[in-house]
Design a binder for this molecule. Structure first.
Ligand SMILES: Nc1ncnc2c1ncn2[C@@H]1O[C@H](COP(=O)(O)OP(=O)(O)O)[C@@H](O)[C@H]1O
Ligand SMILES: [Mg+2]
Length: 533
């Protein structure tokens, strides 16, 4: 036996050394001797993140440039009023030319009262006018050209970044492959090492045994019959069952957590969906009233009845986040939408409207959800008119807009639903209506149907400064939201971010998360109870 063990040991030793050598060779060839695989992975993922960020920024800038360019082209092609020029091009030379043009035009009108059209004086002025118009056009062309150049630069750097991103991604994949092979080799080497140790031990025992006398056998003690059954060992089995059950339970909990891919936290929004987190609106729980079968109106008026509640607090945070996304130029036309139905779009529209109005802005809520309109219900409006009747020219705007008990908050309800609602948003009258409303209110907030069901929100998003995606917390799956965001992205909508709605902070799991992170505390405050009396 000793000889056999010895030969085994020798063979294992060479095998082990071979495996270790292979591992070493692999590391050397793949250049992973100095830096550990894990460090490399960290470096690459950091680089990926950086690249992604820069790319997003450049892309956004490029899109902005594109939009500006389009606007200038529009002005050129449609010979829009020169007033529009000011908004797009703040070029002193053009402004000067324009001022001259206006002055000359006045002169022209004045002359025309005295002279006939083909009087030489009239001709002179007309010629001058033509010349001026031409210079203005030339200047606009210049602006356009430099814009074009800037745009090309951005486009180039975007392309470059994309290429780099692809390269780094490929590198990351390569590294993953390497890791698999590395782990395999390491396992082999470890196995041989363990086996070798084992054999060495046995070999030692065998040598010891060989030195001992083996034939002196005598009886020391007689066997005693045990008092208790040796088998089954009840206590041990019970203990084992408990440990296994406990471990299994914990494992199951982790597994369920892993299966749960709903959106619940800021991290879910930022990491998995890749858009900003605008805030959270907890589950609204109005006081119990038994004779009511639908508490929706109670919930819709909750901010009015509970201005100091934590729900109101959360809404104010959402408002601040939206306005501070671009402090110089906060969005004026805001579209609220979601991936699926019943996620709380209308609720968010109402709450955001109340909060913004309370902070002093004049706000109009517009019900452009022609599929399930409900703003008129929550404010208990009886009139049948609304935006559809205004667009169709049946009533004036003032007749359709209704005030609310909140100061500075007005509502433009939906009105009768036409057979093909989507068409409404394509009309010229709708565009005009938006312009008029923009000049009357600080903020327009639009309710809409779900992105995954109809095209309305995608079409509406064109006329908006920003789109808010409402996600029902701990309910809607990430993939669905991702797909909805993708659709918005495809039509180049400006997504401001995600609001998680209707998350029950009484739930231990994520209630604790929000409490720990942001100090959100659910439950009404004392002062609130006093104020509502
Ligand atoms: N944060 C919330 N807490 C409690 N209930 C909510 C909340 N948000 C929405 N709801 C309720 O869910 C239902 C659907 O909300 P709604 O705003 O009409 O969704 P959508 O407009 O997306 O279809 C309504 O009954 C509403 O009162
Ligand atoms: Mg709705």
């Amino acid at each position: 036996a000793a000889a056999w063990l010895a030969s085994q040991a020798a063979e294992l030793k060479t095998r082990m050394e071979q495996a270790e050598y292979q591992l070493y060779e692999y590391k050397r060839k793949q250049h992973i001797l100095s830096v550990s695989l894990e460090d490399r992975q960290n470096i690459i993922s950091q680089r990926l993140q950086d690249l992604n960020q820069t790319l997003n920024k450049v892309q956004a800038e490029r899109i902005a440039l594109e939009a500006r360019r389009q606007k200038i082209l529009d002005i050129k092609e449609h010979r829009l009023a020169l007033d529009a020029v000011d908004k797009v091009i703040s070029n002193p030379l053009i402004q000067q030319l324009k001022a001259n043009y206006v002055k000359l035009k006045e002169e022209h009108t004045e002359l025309s009262t005295k002279y006939l059209p083909d009087h030489p004086k009239m001709k002179v002025v007309e010629n001058k006018l033509k010349l001026l118009q031409r210079s203005i056009n030339r200047e606009i062309d210049n602006v356009l050209e430099s814009l074009e150049a800037e745009y090309q630069v951005k486009l180039d750097s975007e392309k470059r970044l994309r290429r780099e991103l692809e390269r780094v991604k490929a590198e990351a994949q390569e590294l993953n492959k390497k890791e698999i092979e590395y782990n395999r080799l390491k396992r082999v080497a470890d196995n041989y090492a363990a086996l070798y140790q084992h054999i060495l031990k046995r070999q030692k025992e065998a040598t010891l045994a060989a030195h001992q006398e083996t034939n002196n056998v005598y009886k020391l003690d007689s066997a005693v019959e045990p008092l208790r059954p040796v088998y089954p060992r009840v206590k041990l089995n019970l203990l084992l069952a408990m440990v296994v059950g406990l471990l299994g339970g914990i494992g199951l909990a982790f597994f369920l957590e892993y299966l749960d891919n709903t959106v619940k936290t800021q991290e879910d929004v930022e990491r998995q969906l890749g858009v900003p987190f605008l805030g959270l609106i907890p589950t609204i729980k109005p006081e119990e009233k038994e004779d009511i079968d639908d508490a929706t109106p109670l919930r819709d008026n909750f901010l009015i009845t509970h201005p100091k509640s934590s729900v109101a607090e959360c809404c104010r945070t959402v408002r601040t986040n939206i306005l501070f996304m671009s402090p110089e130029n906060p969005p004026r036309r805001i579209l609220v939408t979601s991936a699926g139905p019943q996620e709380g779009k209308s609720t968010v529209v109402i709450n955001l409207g109340i909060t913004m109005a309370q902070s002093g802005s004049s706000v109009l809520l517009i019900d452009t959800d022609m599929r399930r309109p409900r703003l008129h219900k929550s404010f208990d409006m009886k009139k049948p008119e609304g935006i559809s009747s205004v667009i169709l020219g049946e009533v004036g705007l003032d007749e359709a807009i209704v005030g609310t008990e909140v100061e500075k908050l007005d509502i433009l309800p939906c009105g009768p639903i036409p057979p093909n609602p989507t068409e409404l948003f394509h009309t010229e009258r709708f565009a005009q209506l938006l312009e008029t409303l923009s000049s009357k209110y600080d903020r327009l907030i639009f309710d809409s149907p779900p992105v995954m069901m109809v095209a309305d929100p995608l079409i509406l998003s064109h006329s908006m400064d920003g789109v808010i995606m409402v996600v029902k917390g701990a309910s809607t799956s990430r993939d669905v939201v991702k797909r909805a965001l993708k659709q918005l992205e495809d039509v180049k909508a400006r997504v401001l971010g995600v609001v998680i709605n209707d998350l029950d902070l009484d739930n231990k799991q994520y209630g604790y998360y929000y409490y720990r992170r942001y100090g959100y505390y659910y439950g009404e405050k004392e002062s609130d109870a006093a104020s509502t009396g």
